[in-house]
Design a protein around this ligand. Sequence first.
Ligand code: RIB
Length: 289
Amino acid sequence: MKILVFGSLNYDYTYRVEHFVKPGETTASLELMTFCGGKGLNQAIAVCRAGETVYLAGIVGEDGELLIKTAIENGVRAEYVKKKKGKSGHAIIQLDAAAENAILIHGGTNQEITEEYADAVLSMFTEGDLLLLQNEISCLPHIIAKAAEIGMKIILNPSPCNDMLLDCNLHAVSVFILNRGEGEYFSGTSDPQGIFSYFQREYPNASIVLTLGAHGSMCLKDGKIIAIPAVTTDVLDTTGAGDTFTGYYVSGICRGLSTEAALSRCSKAAAIAVGRMGATSSIPYESEL
Ligand code: RIB
């Protein structure tokens, strides 16, 4: 079984601030840090640090060499990542004194994925292979349709939630991994039971993994709900913690772990990630768990 992450690669500009900038306000940041990130790259590295072989597909701009280098240096198979004219995606991340963040993304070349490119990448994969997707690239509806046609098992982290998702055939998704806000986007409620009821009704064949931050995580699979507490820790920067969780969950699926074992591994990995700065830089190796 091969694993493909088809997603975004971003340069993350993290600005430490006393408080998030308010409308109409100009404020000075206390510090600027630059990291490699993007949900696609982060999740690919998380799958890899969890111990699996993973392929990454996505498009960077002429400035994207460091993003590709970071993927390769972390053991990700990056031969399908393409370079195109233009600027890579980037994220402007405000990180406040309470370690909360506010993220503005600019898609750049992440929004240049075409059907031709997607078809060329997906033609290298076959029935039963795993495809991990997020919602930071163009062409997502086509990628889902094509992967379903091939018979790949599709895992979707629908982040960030926006109306692009409405054009996707979400019935082709086998596993949804989402946080409470994303659950609310779909179901209209932030109550975990309400979120599960919505997905059970709309997507009865899918399993749902719901991350609840300090309240741990839950999974609805085969009509059974399993809940795992979070590992308590000091929080420095939550950027990339959800991606760490997602990557480790995909590794758990690949290894055939029980839901409890997979979730508990994810909780440990995410707890380590929130205690470190940055996105790709914060993801732990399996040996650290
Ligand atoms: O999930 C965290 C990621 O979201 C950051 O690395 C940033 O690039 C945005 O894509």
